[in-house]
Ligand binder design. Structure first.
Ligand SMILES: [Zn+2]
Length: 308
């Protein structure tokens, strides 16, 4: 396969560079698969780490455009943070194989699997990959529950301390600070969404379940009939019916999802499309995890509060 050859070539080039006597940086080189994980890594690592995200904020984390440069980035990494629960199953394994970096191999201290310790929702009781469902281990979009972000941050801090013991105290204190920020922001977000407890919303993909559970919003339908399966006319007709019968008006759409499909459904059901992103930088002025969550909560509250 042509793509694999490109990755191999990039891997070899990276090895050659690694052996060419470049001066090692004092900062821990951290690679995160997605910008939300990268933001948490920055919160915990502070100035002791330099963080690179592989996925762009506007890319679907399930289907990232894998590039030869990713192999080079992974080859030089001290730590890799992945979402896990098969979020990156479609693109990360060949990159990792070609990066040939034992420091971030499975089970190594430099490998952080964010889903470890998370109580996943929507775990299928029976699973048939031939049906195309890409949430085979349960729902991997858990970071939009701020309490899950605390679990992931603790996991990251523990691995950073293991790989870089001289800065362990700093990672511990950054974690404490992160946790107290989550606690105060969570209280604020709960106050903002409290008036809409029980409100019914629609999402494109099954990507807001953890937010719904944390803040008491009911996600009554998804435009995708199953995670990763494109909407069919029959399924969309069903969604329109559900919107009309339940009074759900707001359809959440992320930057990489088909907004036009959502607009068609909204028009026919008398609803509206709300642009949101679960990645820092996916919407304007949302450089960090906290700014992203502020944006999500504020836009949902505003759209639910608007008269239809
Ligand atoms: Zn998904």
């Amino acid at each position: 396969m042509k793509t694999i050859n490109i990755f191999r070539a990039a891997g070899l080039a990276a090895l050659a560079l690694a052996g060419s006597g470049s001066i090692a940086s004092a900062q821990l080189k951290v690679v995160a698969t997605t910008p939300d994980l990268a933001s948490l890594a920055n919160e915990i690592g502070g100035s002791a780490v330099s963080v690179t995200a592989l996925a762009k904020p506007t890319e679907d984390p399930h289907f990232v455009d894998a590039k030869p440069s990713h192999v080079v980035t992974l080859n030089r990494a001290d730590v890799l943070i992945e979402g896990g629960a098969e979020l990156e199953l479609g693109w990360l394994p060949p990159l990792l194989e070609n990066s040939r970096n034992a420091k971030i191999g499975a089970g190594a201290p430099g490998r952080v699997v964010a889903s470890q310790g998370i109580r996943l929702i929507e775990i299928p009781t029976s699973f048939d990959r031939s049906k195309g469902d890409i949430h085979s281990m349960g729902n991997p979009h858990f970071l939009i529950d701020p309490l899950n972000a605390k679990i992931v941050a603790a996991n990251i801090a523990q691995h950073f301390a293991q790989v870089d013991p001289k800065n362990a105290a700093s990672y511990r204190s950054n974690l404490a600070k992160f946790n107290s920020t989550v606690d105060s922001k969570l209280a604020e977000w709960q106050r903002m969404l409290a008036p809409y407890r029980g409100a019914k919303i629609i999402t494109y993909h099954k990507d807001f379940g953890y937010l719904g559970s944390r803040f008491g919003l009911q996600i009554v339908e998804n435009l995708e009939p199953k995670p990763g399966i494109s909407p069919s006319p029959a399924h969309l007709a069903q969604v329109i019916g559900v919107m009309k019968s339940t009074g759900a008006r707001v359809i959440l759409v992320q930057p990489f999802q088909n907004r036009r499909t959502a607009e068609t459904v909204a028009r026919q059901a008398g609803g509206i499309v709300l642009d949101v992103s679960q990645q820092p930088g996916g919407r304007p002025n949302t450089p960090t995890y906290f700014a992203m969550m502020d944006n999500i909560v504020r836009s949902i509250a505003t759209s639910l509060g608007a008269k239809g």
